[in-house]
Design a protein around this ligand. Structure first.
Ligand SMILES: Cc1cc2nc3c(=O)[nH]c(=O)nc-3n(C[C@H](O)[C@H](O)[C@H](O)COP(=O)(O)OP(=O)(O)OC[C@H]3O[C@@H](n4cnc5c(N)ncnc54)[C@H](O)[C@@H]3O)c2cc1C
Length: 295
């Protein structure tokens, strides 16, 4: 699948000055920024991301300089997937605020708190885009009739874009959207997913899994307890050799690998690594699994 989705693209990556047209609070720590781009032609594919350079925000100047001093290097732009689909009028990204956890995370997060908590309508910013290999191959409909979305947390962002795009443009494809979160209140796009499932009852099944709810049954029959497990994937993927899987969420980061190496241990598997193991165990070939890790 890799070779199909990263076919050479001639599109030029460019800077766009955009204005925040709306800020939609999705969950207590996650907001969607709806971006007005003027007359710029938006040449992106479902699943692409853009980047935002933290240096453009005066409010972050001192913090950025302090972190660069501590880390000994320049802070790079951060990547954000579009939750919007190319056929939609506005460009939109959805950002989950990272937290500083003493003795777990090494530094406080730089950009996501500002984007989630301090971005208001009318604010201008520069975004750079669009790119990324996490897209559908053009001939997807001739290679499968079943797309399985396996997501956790903000990993649902590019998958929502892919889902909306494919529901409109690939009528023969049906989708299973399996989405893991801690609690019901953490579920990003809860209403949007429910609405799409109502509009496309024969083509979309949404299954939520919640790891920290004591009684998940109160949220309805599509909500399961615990993590995305091998038995659940086996149940939802009747023909593992024929589907395409789009897997997105937290994975082992380079920081995790470095910390584990220093401690002389192996990095602990995260959502991506655990889901990959289950998918392989139930017989989904690697060539049919596309993944994007937000480590
Ligand atoms: C392709 C792609 C798409 C993405 N799409 C989305 C999206 O749609 N929505 C979304 O919310 N997020 C997305 N992300 C994640 C996003 O890019 C940011 O990583 C996230 O918002 C955190 O950025 P931050 O500046 O707040 O935190 P950062 O300042 O980057 O910190 C994040 C973590 O990294 C650690 N860290 C940073 N620098 C170092 C260092 N030098 N040494 C050790 N540890 C370090 C920090 O301690 C902290 O735990 C995506 C990532 C990728 C790669």
């Amino acid at each position: 699948m890799q070779s199909d989705t990263v076919a050479p693209r001639t599109k030029r990556i460019k800077d766009l000055e955009v204005m925040v047209a709306d800020v939609v609070v999705e969950t207590p720590d996650t907001s969607t920024l709806v971006l007005f781009t003027g007359n710029d032609h938006l040449d992106y594919e479902a699943g692409h991301f853009l980047t935002i350079d933290p240096h453009q925000f005066e409010a972050l100047d001192r913090f950025t300089a302090f972190l660069e001093h501590l880390k000994g290097k320049s802070e790079p732009p951060r990547a954000y997937s579009m939750c919007s689909a190319p056929h939609e009028r506005y460009l939109a990204v959805t950002v989950k605020e990272e937290r500083f956890v003493p003795n777990v995370t090494k530094y406080p997060p730089l950009l996501s708190p500002l984007l989630v908590k301090r971005t208001v309508r009318g604010m201008r910013l520069v975004v750079t885009g669009f790119t990324g290999p996490y897209t559908l191959p053009r001939d997807v409909a001739s290679r499968t009739d079943h797309i399985v979305h396996v997501c956790a947390g903000s990993g649902s962002v590019p998958n929502l874009s892919i889902l909306k795009f494919a529901l409109v443009n690939h009528p023969t494809l049906r989708h299973t959207f399996v989405y893991s979160n801690k609690t019901w209140d953490d579920v990003i796009f809860r209403e949007a997913l429910a609405q799409l499932a109502t509009q496309h009852p024969d083509r979309l099944t949404v299954v939520h899994t919640l790891t920290r709810e004591t009684d998940e049954t109160i949220f309805g029959p599509s909500v399961r307890k615990g993590r995305i497990s091998e038995p659940l994937l086996r149940e939802l993927i009747p023909h593992p050799g024929d589907c395409f899987v789009y897997l997105c969420g937290p994975g082992i980061s380079k920081w995790d690998r470095e910390a584990a190496k220093e401690a002389g241990t192996a990095a602990q598997p995260k959502f991506i690594e655990m889901a990959l193991t289950h998918l392989r165990d139930i017989g989904v070939p690697d060539s049919r699994i596309k993944r994007e890790s937000y480590g």
